[in-house]
Write a protein that binds this ligand. Structure first.
Ligand SMILES: Nc1ncnc2c1ncn2[C@@H]1O[C@H](COP(=O)(O)OP(=O)(O)OP(=O)(O)O)[C@@H](O)[C@H]1O
Length: 600
């Protein structure tokens, strides 16, 4: 939970990002979004075309029914002849049934394509998130990313899944009804069509404004979701620190921005609808006036004029719908840009073209003059660090807060690459091996490893869902999970709740340790494994670590001197550089190798 100023700056960056794209030309943005999303829509092309064809058949049937209405009026109603009623009425009903069935099938196909597209968009986003670095996540509130998954994906789906088909059928409907109107009375049709350019001007004016407003609305929605997400995660903290009023103010602040943007969007849409409807009334009155004159001169029948009025209803309806579609396009383009920002965000690390999988890993690790400066950081997190880790050795990496210890673990699994220098595993530069094989060889049990919403057993087996149950049980025993598992209501089958809320901090840490041990990788890295454990609880864990170190490379990051005393090798960092321990005598037995400011 942050101070308002910090949030303002961070939130501002999101808006600025959105703002800069808003500033780009509207049609250019639409083209960019269409180009980006086209591969995801392509598999649905056939189904969408089928839906459009069926909906068009429905529109054609409607055109025929309007024409039949005119015939019925002239033959049965005006002449008062019930015998003339039955035949056209039966045809009308048959056409209406056929048209209705086409419309029904078309909408079903449309819904099917839309559902699949929605799934594909979400999967593409999640797949992209899986390759993005911690820096990406550090720069964006989780709530904002969640909004991109939810309402942004919905807006794009609404446009592509239903809007595209609607655009085709509406466009064809306009052509159909215009042709029918010209066949019926070309003079009146010409007059009626004068409304089209005015509609077009109205729609064009609307389009640019809607996109800008939608961007602001979606960015505000993201910030609201971020506040909600932070408040849910830190509900106890908000209560105990008396921050409820402050958090409500934050929500109200973002809510006001969202309300303003939403109100502006509604105002635009409503003004457009009213103007379009007024335009329609003026033209209908003009058509009826001229139509009555045409009837008086005998060039048109009453039925013909009624049919014409019917066509106008069908013609102006789609013209209005095109205006509504413009609103949907503006909103979808704004949402599409936010989705594309995730899909196109470059991955900080990726497999090199010539990357090879690691074979059997022995576990010789070597940092050679490694530097790392995080994006936007003022100074390096690691500054020319060199040390070596060997198999069958337990190495302790220690140092003050912010010294660069966790950065070392991120480099080992290539969440980042060094800005300079290199890291070798069994002589292979990590940048030359495949990410998958490296991440199989190196397991990091981070201090804040999250638990998933599942049972205790599922959480331990999370990294190895097909693991032999005997191995899962052994990992649980080795990590000391056994002790508290027996006291849970359903033992290993007890659901832990979201983020493992049912467990204490120390118990959660043991579950993540068991999960790490189960992977049985040749390099094991543990971040503060004994944090929060008293001597009695820490002792079995220390014995386990020593046992594990017998046949693999173990690196333990800790401030805990109990661990340093059991280590074979000590690496000390201070503000990103290797340093001498403050008091070497503290660190245990004879034979302890210390990598301080001496290069290995
Ligand atoms: N994603 C990031 N972006 C920018 N700077 C970062 C990032 N992560 C860490 N840093 C900075 O890099 C430095 C080293 O951080 P690191 O997390 O490696 O320290 P640490 O030794 O693990 O600290 P601690 O013991 O407090 O966990 C710190 O100054 C930190 O502010």
């Amino acid at each position: 939970m942050g101070m308002p100023a910090r949030h303002a700056a961070r939130d501002g960056s999101t808006v600025a990002g959105g703002g800069s794209t808003v500033a780009g030309g509207g049609s250019a943005a639409t083209r960019r979004v269409v180009r980006r999303l086209r591969p995801l829509v392509r598999p649905e092309r056939g189904v969408l075309l089928g839906a459009a064809a069926l909906l068009l058949a429905g529109t054609a049937a409607e055109t025929v029914t309007v024409w039949l209405f005119g015939r019925l009026t002239d033959r049965a109603l005006v002449q008062g002849s019930p015998r003339e009623f039955c035949a056209p009425a039966a045809v009308w009903l048959a056409v209406a049934i056929a048209g209705g069935m086409c419309g029904y099938a078309g909408h079903l196909l449309e819904a099917r394509a839309s559902g699949r597209l929605l799934g594909r968009l979400r999967e593409a986003m999640l797949a992209r998130l899986h390759v993005l670095s911690p820096t990406f996540f550090a720069q964006r509130p989780a709530g904002d990313l969640l909004t991109r998954f939810g309402s942004d994906v919905d807006a794009v789906d609404e446009l592509v899944g239903t809007g595209l088909v609607q655009a085709v059928t509406t466009g064809c409907g306009v052509v159909c009804f215009t042709t029918a109107a010209f066949v019926l009375c070309w003079e009146l049709a010409l007059l009626a069509c004068a409304a089209a350019p005015l509609h077009w001007l109205l729609t064009r004016r609307l389009a640019g404004r809607v996109r800008a407003v939608s961007h602001a609305e979606r960015a505000a929605e993201g910030r609201i979701a971020a506040v909600a997400e932070e408040n849910i995660a830190a509900s106890a903290l908000v209560q105990t620190h008396g921050m409820a009023a402050h958090e409500l103010r934050r929500l109200r602040h973002h809510g006001a921005a969202w309300r303003d943007a939403r109100f502006a969007a509604h105002r635009l849409a409503a003004a457009n609808a009213v103007l379009a409807s007024l335009l329609e009334t003026v033209f209908v009155l003009a058509v009826l006036g001229v139509g009555s004159w045409e009837i008086a001169t005998g060039r048109l029948t009453v039925g013909g004029l009624l049919s014409f009025a019917g066509f106008l209803g069908y013609l102006y309806g789609p013209l209005q719908e095109l205006g509504e579609l413009v609103v949907a396009v503006g909103s979808a383009v704004a949402a599409g840009e936010r989705i594309a920002e995730v899909l196109d965000h470059p991955a900080e690390v990726a497999d090199a073209p010539d990357a090879r999988p690691l074979g059997r890993v022995r576990g010789h690790l070597r940092f050679e003059h490694v530097h790392l400066t995080y994006p936007d950081a003022l100074g390096p997190a690691l500054d020319g660090v060199s040390f070596a880790l060997r198999p069958s050795e337990l190495t302790v990496l220690t140092g003050g807060s912010g010294a660069g210890k966790s950065t070392v673990t991120r480099l080992l699994t290539r969440l980042h690459d060094p800005s300079a220098g290199r890291i070798l595993l069994d002589g292979h530069d990590l940048r030359r091996v495949t990410l998958a094989s490296l991440r199989r060889a190196v397991t990091v049990v981070a201090q804040d490893s999250p638990l998933v919403d599942g049972t205790l057993w599922e959480n331990i087996a999370w990294g190895e869902p097909d693991a032999d149950p005997a191995r899962v049980a052994a990992a649980a025993r080795a990590a000391g999970v056994d002790g508290f598992a027996a006291r849970l209501p359903d033992g290993y089958d007890t659901p832990l709740g979201q983020s493992g809320r049912r467990l204490s901090g120390g118990q959660r840490r043991r579950v993540t340790l068991a999960r790490g041990l189960l992977r049985d990788s040749p390099v094991l890295v543990l971040d503060e494994p004994t944090a929060g454990l008293d001597d009695t609880a820490a002792e079995p864990l220390l014995r386990t670590l020593r046992r594990l170190a017998a046949d693999r490379t173990v690196l333990v990051i800790t401030h805990d001197l109990r661990l340093a005393a059991r280590a074979d090798h000590l690496v000390v960092l201070d503000r990103g550089r290797l340093a001498r321990p403050a008091s070497e005598s503290l660190f245990g037995p004879d034979g302890l190798t210390i990598t301080g400011n001496v290069r290995p």
